[in-house]
Design a protein around this ligand. Structure first.
Ligand code: SIN
Length: 299
């Protein structure tokens, strides 16, 4: 069987299929379970400086080809979550802390105080006032936040980018200038659903972010554009639900992928994807590294 282990953004992973931020990342036990089920790495739910309840419900709704969510970054604060990270680590896979703040200083405060194997900077949540893409759509702010966290952290720094912009490459280049070890693309697409009987928006927050199968072609395009221009690795996320999706994202330029919405299928999804990936590499007589950016080299 071909080796699936990969060095990406300062971490060595036993395979390139990770648990994405947000889904099942709210407790150490669920992160550990994902690691034991075969995830190459796991990412926590985003953590801030102080406890936050998040948006009023409903916070998640199933729509055609995906999920619409507006959780509002609920979390117990990074201080309260350290113990959960220690539990997650017993699963044997690197634990990446997703963090958010309203300024470079807030991000740096968390990176100084929290111990994790890497940090993923949430500069891309599309529906939280003063956070996420409200900072992350400005290249200068992406560079400043990344630089501040790099100076404060003693672990690799990944930057999760928003697709809700005219030019994601500009944001990726800003992260790279700030010293990022990798970029993660993409977070959810800003979206909305309305209940036609009442005429009311379905989500408590009105607007939310779309994830799942529907956004995969957008993610593939963003990964491809980033891989063409960046020197640092790109980690792909957005609609990965099968080994074929993982292969496609790697061919677009991803060094690893993350699984979010497809976790609705259960923890077995990691073995399903890594198994299919191995068999594909064997059938094609390819090494994992040869998949990366194949579409770029062939276009
Ligand atoms: C949320 O907590 O609302 C989702 C976070 C995100 O979209 O990054």
């Amino acid at each position: 069987m071909p080796s699936l282990s990969v060095d990406v953004g300062g971490l060595r992973l036993k395979n390139p299929v990770m648990l994405a931020a947000g889904i099942l990342g709210t407790t150490g036990a669920s992160l550990r379970r994902a690691a034991l089920a075969g995830a190459g790495g796991v990412v926590t739910k985003s953590l801030g400086t102080s406890p936050r309840e998040g948006h009023p419900g409903p916070t998640v709704v199933q729509v055609e080809c995906g999920l619409l969510n507006a959780m509002g970054l609920p979390n117990p604060s990074y201080r309260e979550f350290q113990e959960e990270i220690e539990i997650a680590r017993t699963g044997g896979a690197p634990v990446v802390a997703s963090i958010f703040g309203s300024s470079p200083e807030e991000f740096a405060q968390i990176a100084r105080g929290l111990k994790a194997d890497a940090f993923e900077l949430n500069l891309s949540c599309p529906h939280a006032e003063n956070y996420g893409s409200e900072l992350g759509r400005f290249p200068a702010m992406v560079e400043a936040v990344t630089g501040a966290v790099k100076a404060a952290a003693d672990a690799p720094v990944w930057v999760k980018l928003t697709p809700n912009t005219a030019d994601i490459v500009e944001l990726g280049l800003a992260a790279q200038r700030g010293g990022a070890d990798a970029v993660v693309a993409i977070n959810t697409l800003k979206a909305m659903a309305i209940d036609i009987e009442s005429g009311c928006p379905i989500l408590g927050n009105g607007l939310g972010g779309l994830s799942g199968q529907a956004i995969k072609p957008v993610a593939v395009r963003c990964i491809y554009e980033l891989a063409m221009r960046l020197e640092i690795p790109v980690i792909g996320v957005g609609g990965v639900g099968s080994w074929e999706d993982a292969v496609e994202m790697m061919m677009a330029g991803a060094s690893a992928v993350q699984v979010g919405t497809a976790m609705l299928k259960g923890y077995g999804v990691f073995e399903e994807i890594t198994g299919g990936l191995s068999r594909f590499l064997e059938r094609k007589s390819l090494e994992l590294e040869e998949l990366r950016f194949m579409a770029g080299r062939r276009s």
